[in-house]
Design a protein around this ligand. Structure first.
Ligand SMILES: Cc1ncc(COP(=O)(O)O)c(C=O)c1O
Length: 433
């Protein structure tokens, strides 16, 4: 920590000019701009640390929305991006291809397989990867002369903030009410976790299967919808139901992919192969925006035709951006070379040990850990802004939402840093929230 020098004290009193001059011209995500606490001015990141303009350094508990899985500024990724920057920062992917993208596509297919998943469509954000998956599913049927344009999705699910992605997310969490008329209405049911919910799931399928293009779910962990976990058996139920009703199955691994839940991909732990899988977030080790929608052979074959109208009609301007693909290839090198799964297992143990005592604290509803995800669910959080600021005062960056306080640290976080995060959560929650 470097927050005690006189120079830093001076910085704390005077925000940098870029902050003072620019703040009134940005519109921040998920923020009521009138009442949100002023954002923290960041000047640098390294490892699991975020350095602020006033000289303080925070230990990062959430790895920038679950992306920075190798820690910030990993030299191997930085070198790869620098090399790519010199050769070719960007070239369009329409009619042109390049080495970083083709190498990455082949590597991703190798990692999600061996199975039928073998065609990678690149985009630049998780939400867009979902839009592409939805369009693939709808057009898969249309190319076979059938109109199936709706999706079966799950309460508590979250798939992004674009229109199609919001429509398959939890109706309350995604504020369907605010966008009524804009969002296509989908079928939302509870995940089939027990007899009652399985019966409701089956009933919805019976009623709607004829109009459904696909079932879409986050495997093993519903992230932004509440950090809720479910068993691998649920995924097997989804696969069996999709097969029985002749539907596609889409797994959104944008949060769960790349070791976060304790296996490289969550669906692999369940031994269930979806027809389409989406990846993003940790794909580039949290350095550059990139996403992938990977389709199975059956899906791709439905587009293979002499008819141009049967082509997949999607093409983001920055699809397969070479810098992002180079970052992703370097990130995959790190997954190959460094013991990420072992690190996740260690983090898992430390999260359990560090967070379990919270169970006894007032207002705590549940404590749960899966892989490198640690969650303390409260009955209620009165003032999220105040709680977030309280964590900053403890020297940690933790961003609770809804009634959930959670940690998703980088896999390279030091033992002592992780202990500081769990200590801070125990201390702050013991004060009552
Ligand atoms: C499971 C899941 N799907 C999709 C998204 C959307 O990704 P993006 O924010 O990159 O659009 C997210 C983001 O949190 C997510 O967690």
């Amino acid at each position: 920590m470097s927050g005690n020098t006189s120079e830093n004290k001076q910085n704390a009193a005077v925000p940098p000019s870029w902050y003072a001059n620019g703040l009134d011209h940005v519109w921040l995500p998920y923020a009521q701009m009138k009442t949100a606490a002023p954002p923290l001015a960041v000047t640098a990141t390294h490892g699991s640390r975020i350095r602020l303009a006033d000289g303080r350094e925070l230990i990062d508990g959430i790895a920038s929305w679950w992306t920075a899985c190798h820690g910030y500024n990993h030299p191997h990724i930085r070198d790869a991006v620098e090399r790519q920057l010199k050769a070719m920062p960007h070239v369009m992917f329409g009619g042109l291809v390049h080495e970083p993208a083709l190498i990455l596509a082949r590597r991703l297919v190798g990692l999600v397989g061996p199975n039928d998943l073998d065609r990678v469509f690149f985009s630049e954000s998780g939400s867009v990867a979902i839009e592409v998956a939805l369009k693939m599913a709808v057009q898969y049927w249309r190319n076979q002369g059938r109109t199936r344009t709706r999706f079966l999705a799950f309460s508590g699910g979250y798939h992004g903030d674009t229109t199609g992605a919001m429509a398959v997310s939890d109706p309350v969490g995604s504020m369907h009410a605010a966008f009524r008329g804009l969002l296509p209405e989908q079928i939302t049911v509870d995940l089939p976790v027990d007899e009652k919910s399985t019966a409701a799931f089956e009933a919805a399928l019976k009623q709607h299967a004829h109009e459904l293009a696909a079932i879409i779910a986050e495997p093993l962990v519903q992230g932004a919808g509440g950090m809720r976990f479910h068993d691998a058996q649920v995924l097997r139920t989804l696969r069996a139901a999709a097969d029985r009703h002749d539907l596609l199955l889409v797994f959104d691994e944008i949060f769960t992919g790349f070791c976060r839940t304790g296996s490289l991909f969550a669906f692999q732990a369940a031994g269930v192969v979806p027809d389409i899988v989406t990846l993003s977030k940790a794909l580039t080790g949290g350095t550059l925006p990139l996403a992938a929608t990977i389709a199975g052979k059956k899906v791709f074959e439905a587009f293979w035709s002499d008819d141009p109208a049967q082509a997949l009609m999607h093409g983001p301007t920055f699809t397969a951006n070479p810098l992002a693909c180079a970052a992703a290839n370097a990130s995959l090198d790190l997954f190959e070379r460094e013991p990420r799964l072992a690190q996740v297992a260690e983090i898992s143990g430390a999260l359990s040990a560090g967070l379990e005592p919270c169970r006894k604290l007032p207002g705590v509803k549940d404590v749960r850990v899966k892989g490198a995800i640690g969650v303390v669910e409260m009955e209620h959080i009165k003032d999220l802004n105040a709680l977030r600021q309280r964590f900053v005062a403890e020297g940690v960056f933790i961003r609770p939402f809804g009634a959930v306080v959670y940690l998703t640290p980088s896999f390279t976080i030091a033992e002592g840093e992780l202990a500081k995060l769990t200590d801070a959560i125990r201390r702050v929650l013991s004060e009552g929230v």
